[in-house]
Design a protein around this ligand. Structure first.
Ligand code: FPP
Ligand code: MG
Ligand code: MG
Length: 437
């Protein structure tokens, strides 16, 4: 029996791959345009947490411990891509009777209805054979690069959407290069990520990773709100910055509304809270967990692992991803901007009600109208923050995160034989809860 290394740093097992990650990505994103190169490489220059590629690499390493005879390395034809459970059971949401108009915050809500199921992607193509060897496969290393490229593209876009001015302790891409370049830079990264995905030559993986991109956008869309920030035609003050007005009159029909209000008739407060949580967790899955769960599943598929292992890896990524975002939403309340390296307290300022607020609202129904008006009136942000403190919103969010963490740990034990790589994954999963940035 080989003694188990006590892993104080889970990166050590895959440090070679992690050290060459940024350099390898640079080789995938070079263009003939020097300024475009500056924009697309900008976020890779500053040290990010790189949680997503780390997970893919450690998972690949742990999957390599499964004996080859238990891996389906002769498989020639891809099975049908399993339907994402998220699509088969869409969340409920409150329907608006009237289309939302920019200056009419009062609309008649008439109850809770399920969201229409989303459509599945195209059918998979026949699968090619793939190499098998012990350790991390080249395709898995490439997958780690792809996942970081997709994540970075989404951050470039996210900082435009969130009016952020810092990321990783320096000016965010939108501030350093303008909104337009940040958006185009993100698009370019996505384009190159897509080329790299297709070069994995595994149709199930192509479908998974393509869907993960679509999921990010869906999640972000669910979070878009009819806030003053988004729709106001006048210049508004956001932190230290002036946000210029949106040009033109908005006439968007938004049929869903995730934070129910006292205008909803015949719906109990408990039902409202349940609906709001259902919507919030669905949004969280799409915006954060989908990329992690789909890349975890993809790593398992590339290893040739059997269906039960592949499914457990999928669930692992999903549970870990939701845990990760719950902690992110907590840190927005508890950690200062200088420690986060990005704006703190941003969610309330942006009008977004996350889990800590939903827990406070559960205890104090009078927060409903504040949530509905996206904390846009003076004193709303302070009153909500005080209610979050009074009703232990942060602590209860952490308890929820612990539940997801425990499920993720169980998935690891179900999927993988005991190994240093699995221990490192367990360590990493635990450390998500105690992270401070
Ligand atoms: C960070 O969330 C943002 C995301 C997890 C996803 C953002 C997705 C988009 C902008 C859709 C476009 C996607 C692509 C692939 C181009 P946050 O704002 O809560 O976290 P933060 O505090 O780090 O800004
Ligand atoms: Mg943001
Ligand atoms: Mg955001």
């Amino acid at each position: 029996v080989t003694p188990k290394i006590m892993l104080s740093n889970p990166v050590s097992l895959v440090s070679n791959e992690m050290n060459t990650l940024a350099k390898n990505i640079m080789a995938l994103i070079g263009s003939g345009h020097p300024t475009l190169n500056r924009v697309t490489s900008y976020y890779f220059e500053a040290e990010g947490k790189k949680v997503r590629p780390l997970l893919v690499l450690l998972l690949s390493r742990a999957l390599a411990e499964i004996p080859l005879e238990r891996r389906d390395h002769l498989k020639l034809d891809s099975e049908d891509v399993p339907e994402d459970p998220v699509y088969s059971k869409p969340p409920h949401m409150l329907l608006l009777e009237q289309p939302v108009r920019s200056f009419s915050p009062l609309h008649v809500l008439h109850g809770i209805k399920p969201l229409n199921p989303l459509t599945k992607g195209p059918e998979p193509l026949p699968q090619a054979t793939f190499d098998h060897e012990r350790g991390i496969l080249p395709k898995q290393r490439r997958l780690a690069e792809i996942v970081e490229m997709i994540h970075t593209a989404s951050l470039l876009h996210d900082d435009v959407i969130d009016y952020s001015d810092t990321r990783r302790g320096r000016p965010s891409g939108n501030v350093a290069f303008t909104n337009k370049m940040a958006v185009l830079g993100g698009d370019f990264l996505l384009g190159r990520a897509t080329v790299s995905i297709s070069r994995l030559r595994n149709p199930e993986v192509v479908e998974l990773m393509s869907n993960s991109i679509a999921n990010l956008v869906e999640g972000e869309f669910m979070q878009l709100k009819n806030t003053a920030v988004d729709n106001d035609l006048t210049t508004i003050q956001h932190g230290t910055k002036e946000i210029p007005p949106v040009s033109g009159k908005l006439d968007n029909k938004i049929h869903d509304y995730h934070v129910p209000t006292d205008q909803v008739q015949n719906v109990s407060h408990d039902q409202l809270i349940e609906t709001a949580f259902e919507y919030y967790l669905h949004k969280t899955y799409l915006k954060t967990a989908a990329l992690i769960s789909k890349s975890s599943r993809a790593a398992a598929i590339l290893s040739g692992a059997d269906k039960s292992v592949v499914d457990q890896c999928y669930d692992f990524g999903k549970n870990l991803g939701v845990c990760f975002q719950l902690v992110d939403d907590m840190l927005d309340f508890t950690v200062a901007a200088k420690d986060l390296g990005k704006p703190a307290g941003a969610d309330l300022e942006l009008g977004i009600a996350t889990a800590p607020v939903l827990y406070a609202w559960k205890e104090d129904p009078s927060l409903g109208p504040l949530i509905q008006r996206n904390f846009s009136q003076s004193g709303d942000v302070e009153r909500t923050a005080a209610a979050v403190a009074k009703f232990d919103g942060v602590k209860r969010t952490k308890e929820l995160a612990v539940q997801y963490r425990d499920k993720a740990l169980q998935n690891l034990r179900n999927a993988l034989p005991d190994s240093d790589a699995r221990s490192a994954l367990e360590f990493l999963t635990n450390s998500i809860l105690t992270r401070r940035k």
